[in-house]
Design a protein around this ligand. Structure first.
Ligand code: NAD
Length: 357
């Protein structure tokens, strides 16, 4: 009997879903990296480079493929003019992160001739990106012509997203007299808390760093809540701004807020949790749509950078979400499902345009 073939590449759905996956190794520096270009239908693939000590090569590959695909959807909904990609460098304590390794990686990015543009991510700092810049111009997040730290822009996008959710759910955009629970007071969460406070919202806050909680209580008159109880806070909006996976079969039944709208990535434990939220009557702002302010700010980088234009683009996150909320209601689908469908429609029509050109 003939053995069935082993489909390790084109028969592997996760891999075959990507336009190009590049495995990079550089013996002199010990570099091992994977660059995944998911789609360039809407423009060059843009996504950060993550450096992480993965348990296995399979885990690194899984991560980069998921992240690259996510960037395609995020860039599509943000109308950033970019496609989706991501890179991971497999961290190895014996090798460390010498400049020679970063530059070897950057040379591989350069060989892709602009099909992949990268920036900082977990484990890769702005200084590391500056080092890469010595070998390639296909990096973002460098000092010149940039919007600065993306976090305040992400916070502003979330703020506009919360206003859009309030309008859809309560028929009002004004935050005065409403309460928001901000879980995670880091770069984005603290900036969001400030915007919400300035707009008159009552704040409930949580963080595992007591100093951040104390700061928010003092500056914004916020009420503290433990991180375990934050999802169940009695408030109008729950804004997760810390970790992913916070919306799951255990937490969703305990959520009291009518709206979930926050910056954290990968908030849904799995795809069924989108249905769970809808079944509980909770309006969910899909994470990759509401938290795109940082990506939008990076997409504006360049010699003609204009802060006003960039802020206007970030503010449009509110309009995109309003459209998603309305369509989800009309078609009786989850908001995350509608967001994915819009991204896929944009990609399909780009393919059609390219085919007919
Ligand atoms: P950050 O590391 O600055 O802040 C995270 C905060 O969450 C920290 O203060 C941390 O102490 C706190 N935290 C960790 N575990 C917690 C818990 N169990 N309960 C309460 N607080 C907890 O990160 P950030 O840049 O503010 O990003 C926040 C989230 O938004 C992340 O999920 C990130 O991936 C996502 N995001 C950030 C940006 C950006 O521009 N920074 C853009 C898109 C998405």
């Amino acid at each position: 009997m003939k053995a069935s073939p082993v489909h390790i590449v084109f028969g592997n759905d996760a891999l075959a879903d990507h336009e190009q996956v590049v495995f990079v190794s550089d013996k002199p520096t010990g570099l091992k990296a994977i660059i995944a270009i998911h789609s360039t239908a809407l423009g060059p693939a843009m996504g950060g480079t993550r450096m992480w000590a993965y348990d296995s090569e399979a885990a690194a590959l899984r991560d980069v493929l998921n992240l690259a695909r996510g960037m395609t959807y995020k860039n599509a909904l943000a109308d950033s003019g970019f496609g989706g990609g991501k890179a991971v460098i497999l961290a190895d304590r014996a090798v460390g992160k010498p400049p020679t390794l970063l530059r070897a990686f950057a040379r591989h990015v350069d060989r892709l001739a602009g099909r992949f543009i990268t920036a900082e991510d977990v484990g890769i700092s702005l200084a590391d990106v500056e080092e890469m810049r010595k070998e390639t111009r296909h990096v973002r997040g460098i000092a010149e012509g940039r919007a600065g730290d993306p976090s305040p822009h992400t916070a502003f996008g979330v703020y506009r997203g919360i206003a859009a959710a309030l309008e859809h759910r309560l028929g009002r955009r004004k935050l005065r007299g409403l309460s928001v629970c901000v879980q995670g007071l880091g770069h984005v969460g603290m900036a969001l808390a400030e915007l919400l406070h300035d707009a008159g919202a009552e704040l409930v806050v949580s963080d595992i760093r007591q100093a951040a909680v104390t700061e928010a209580c003092e500056r914004f008159g916020a009420t503290a809540i433990t991180s375990e109880a934050a999802h169940a806070a009695e408030c109008d909006v729950y804004a997760p701004c810390a970790l992913g996976g916070v919306l799951n079969e255990h937490t969703i039944p305990e959520i009291r807020a009518g709206i979930v709208a926050g910056a954290a990535n990968n908030q849904l434990g799995n795809a069924r949790d989108g249905d769970r939220l809808r079944d509980c009557g909770i309006l969910y702002a899909p994470d990759y749509v509401i938290n795109a302010g940082g990506v939008i700010s990076i997409s504006h980088e360049g010699p003609d950078f204009d802060m006003g234009f960039m802020r206007r683009d970030v503010a449009r996150i509110g309009e995109t979400l309003s459209h998603i909320f309305q369509r989800a209601e009309r078609e009786d689908r989850t908001t995350s499902n509608v967001a994915d469908a819009i991204a896929e429609e944009k990609i399909r029509s780009a393919h059609r345009r390219a085919a007919s050109a």
